[in-house]
Design a protein around this ligand. Sequence first.
Ligand SMILES: [Zn+2]
Length: 91
Amino acid sequence: MLQNYTETVVLQLLNSVLEDYKKNKNPNICTCERCRQDIMAIALNNLPPRYIATDTGEVITQVAFNQFGGRAEIITQLIKAIEKVNANPRH
Ligand SMILES: [Zn+2]
């Protein structure tokens, strides 16, 4: 099974990045499903995909997470995407 590792990490980090942003920068940002999807789409379009082959159902472990790195870059892109969506929410 082919998996885009970048997508997995974006999904894993979205909630905590959103919460931090809400707490520290702007308590009024919208976190509805629509905005979350937009944030993910923008962040993923700005990040290089990293495809890895896994056995069916295998979960990417914390070890893989650390091996690949790129976490800081993903957080940076998520924050940029949050700001973009919030400046112009599509609903
Ligand atoms: Zn929204």
